[in-house]
Design a protein around this ligand. Structure first.
Ligand SMILES: Cc1ncc(C[n+]2csc(CCOP(=O)(O)OP(=O)(O)O)c2C)c(N)n1
Ligand code: SF4
Length: 278
């Protein structure tokens, strides 16, 4: 490897709590960038709002720390504006599955060619520990003194059902495997969803719990088999790690739009407006 992960780190030191799972995600993503020898100026990272969404500040790449729940629309616009960039969307589970949850099915339908990394700590970290869409039922915190009453979402099953062409799960306690999954997600020609189990050490420390229940996907798992992926995703007492599903044969959205542009008649703005005047 001729490039080092440290070459992608900015001079800004993360202000995450010591032990936050997001450090491992930062390390793994910079390792994946280095393994692909990406040029810093060709990378753009878009985030939402939350502890995890502070991510772009810690990278020596282009980046935008956006609006709560909107990393996907930002990243989609950036990718379509300049398809030659490596664009990555990042954020938290509150950001991505609650306020921003409506964007995931459309990113999947488009097969927009970018990875979306959700640092899922099963809680709202930045706002001090309210239950999030992936919190376990019964989670008692200051904002839910009698325990949360909702069932948690299953992000892997959900994104598989949306038709996402690359779906994977990693764990901050297994950074090497995470870096490899990120590398595969960056190489995938389409929308790549990666759920990272990334514990919030301060408001919901799940390291021991995940160390106990995380396992590699069953031996011989066929990542081309959607049904097998869904069966593995339905298993929640064990949390499988790895690439559940991938389909590299679908055209990514930026390519589709390019083909459409090539086919479209070259019209002037005047001609287009004339059609509406008639
Ligand atoms: C429109 C809007 N609503 C609410 C907030 C308050 N807010 C900031 S961060 C956050 C939740 C962050 O949780 P998550 O996305 O899970 O990220 P984490 O901090 O856990 O990494 C909320 C609700 C906001 N900034 N903007
Ligand atoms: S509050 Fe939780 S999510 Fe936020 S930096 Fe601290 S450990 Fe990480």
């Amino acid at each position: 490897m001729s490039r080092k992960a440290s070459e992608y780190r900015s001079h800004v030191k993360p202000i995450w709590c010591p032990g936050c799972g997001d450090y491992a995600v930062l390390n793994a993503l910079t390792r994946a960038f280095a393994s692909l020898e990406l040029r810093n100026e060709n990378i753009m990272v878009a985030s939402g709002i939350g502890c995890s969404s502070r991510f772009p500040a810690f990278l020596k790449t282009y980046g935008i720390h956006g609006v709560h729940g909107r990393p996907l629309p930002l990243a989609t616009g950036i990718k379509l504006g300049n398809p030659s960039l490596t664009v990555v969307a990042v954020g938290g589970d509150g950001d991505g599955f609650s306020i921003g949850g409506g964007h995931i099915p459309h990113a999947a339908r488009r097969n927009i060619d970018l990875p979306y990394i959700v640092m899922d700590n099963n809680i709202y970290g930045m706002t001090k520990g309210q239950p999030s869409p992936t919190s376990p039922r019964g989670l008692q915190r200051k904002a839910s003194p009698y325990g949360s009453q909702e069932r948690p979402l299953n992000p892997i099953l959900m994104t598989l059902a949306y038709g996402t062409t690359f779906v994977a799960r990693a764990f901050s306690g297994q950074p090497k495997q995470m870096a490899d999954i990120f590398r595969q997600a960056l190489l995938h020609p389409g929308f790549a969803f990666v759920q990272v189990l990334s514990p919030c050490i301060t408001f919901h420390n799940t390291y021991d719990h995940y160390r106990e229940i995380c396992r590699p996907l069953p031996e011989g798992h066929n990542a081309q088999d959607l049904q097998a992926a869904m069966t593995a995703a339905l298993e929640t007492e064990t949390q499988y790690l790895g690439i559940f599903y991938r389909d590299d044969q679908q055209l990514p959205y930026s390519r589709r739009l390019q083909l459409l542009r090539d086919r479209a008649p070259k019209l002037t703005l005047e001609t287009v407006l004339d059609r509406f005047r008639r």
